[in-house]
Design a protein around this ligand. Structure first.
Ligand code: NDP
Length: 389
């Protein structure tokens, strides 16, 4: 029986993790549960799972919300805010953190969980994009495991089980190409928030869905791949596989390519991260090869979708560049979702941010959060100036 802490339980990955926990009561016990603002859904989850510790991390939730929850669930201890989240991550009574928080808000919980000696099942890619170098080094030093939940990285992790790391020739990082695959820049000009939120294959949270539309998601995943598996950028090739059936592949020195296939359903990779090295039934529709119309492959269009090129450049530059890239992207996606900028403004402002970024070292969580805040402020100022010009 593993004790798990589901951080970001009310989001897309979080809800699917709760589902897996409910299906495996003999294998998983949820002892820690956290949400951001969605206390309504959180209440339902608390009622079902009865964790020992729960956190409402949105600062605006207020003392009265926490008091009401504590009254309704007297056997659960409640903490609040980002301090409560960090405390739960480090001191909570659980074995494995499933980090399904979106954005850089997931970095501190991952870090504090490592400080508390916990293993991590990691969906929050921003942890690795911004702090991957020291997060990976510290977890290795402490003998803790970080198992990826992102479907592509779960696939790579699975493919890597079939040969020694020294024999890996290339990683083939797959992606669907998003809802605007094949679009010209002219056509992208007029796309709406609603169109950007309609992914052809995956049902995900809003931020990652927009990232898939701009191809920034693949850019973040490129950096994530390099840092999780210790592979240089020039040995990672991005392959567009529009059906999202092949989740990624690893090519070995002898020319063999090992691929991981499956229905595009996050319950697969979440279940694998929690069951590894075992495999449990995961409630995922099996692939029906008789009905599969075909598997297509194409290269990504880095010219039209410049976010991908910018991510590649940030990965090469290292240091604070991936942090700046991530910070600018988070704020620009938020502005797009709020209807304050257009779709193509995301990559336009991102390009400008990266052009002006002055490289610094970012050796710890404190410096990452400082760089993140500085870049966000600068981007906001630039967008504001552009809008009022
Ligand atoms: P969602 O937006 O659906 O959910 C995010 C979760 O994090 C919610 O529980 C939300 O709380 C919580 N949250 C948001 N902001 C904060 C904050 N500042 N502090 C603490 N908690 C917060 O995201 P997804 O589930 O789509 O994605 C989660 C992570 O997993 C991302 O890093 C994403 O890139 C990655 N991922 C997601 C995939 C997917 O299929 N969705 C696939 C692969 C990777 P609340 O809703 O209560 O406000």
């Amino acid at each position: 029986m593993k004790k798990i802490g589901i951080f970001g339980a009310t989001g897309s990955v979080g809800v699917q993790t709760v589902h897996i926990a409910e299906k495996n009561p003999d294998k998983l016990r949820v002892t820690v549960l956290t949400c951001g603002r969605n206390t309504e859904l959180f209440r339902t989850q608390l009622r079902k799972l009865k964790p020992a510790l729960a956190v409402v991390s949105a600062e605006q939730a207020g003392e009265s919300t926490i008091q009401a929850l504590a009254k309704e669930f007297p056997r659960t201890e409640f903490l609040a805010g980002s301090d409560g989240l960090a405390q739960a991550a480090e001191k909570g009574d659980y074995d494995v953190m499933l980090n399904a928080i979106s954005g850089i808000a997931g970095l501190v919980p991952t870090w504090r969980a490592i400080c508390g000696g916990k293993d991590i099942a990691l969906a929050n890619k921003e942890t690795i994009v911004t702090g991957g170098e020291f997060v990976m080094a510290e977890s290795r030093k402490r003998g803790l495991s970080i198992i990826p939940v992102d479907s592509e990285h779960s696939a790579i992790f699975q493919c890597l089980q079939s040969g020694p790391a020294t024999a890996v020739a290339r990683i083939l990082l797959c992606g669907s190409g998003g809802p605007f695959r094949g679009y010209t820049e002219e056509r992208l000009n007029g796309v709406t928030v609603r169109q950007a939120l309609t992914h052809p294959n995956w049902k995900m949270g809003r931020k990652i869905t927009v990232d898939s539309a701009t191809m920034m998601n693949k850019g973040l995943e490129l950096i994530e791949t390099g840092r999780l598996f210790g592979i240089a950028e020039d040995r990672i090739e991005i392959v567009i596989q529009p059906q999202s059936i092949i989740h990624s592949m690893v090519e070995y020195a002898d020319g063999a390519v090992i691929a991981q296939l499956g229905s595009p359903d996050m319950k697969g990779p979440i279940s694998y991260a929690l069951s590894f090295p075992e495999r449990w039934p995961a409630d995922v529709a099996p692939l029906d090869f008789r009905k599969l119309s075909g598997l297509d492959f194409e290269p990504p269009d880095e010219k039209t979708f410049s976010c991908l090129r910018l991510a590649r450049e940030a990965m090469r530059a290292g240091g604070s560049s991936p942090i700046a890239l991530n910070a600018a992207n988070e704020i620009l996606v938020q502005l797009f979702l709020e209807g304050k900028i257009r779709f193509l403004d995301i990559q336009k402002h991102l390009e400008r941010t990266m052009d002006l970024h002055v490289q610094t070292a970012a050796p710890d969580v404190g410096s990452i959060l400082r760089i993140d805040a500085e870049v966000r402020a600068r981007v906001m100022e630039r967008v504001h100036r552009a809008c009022s010009a």
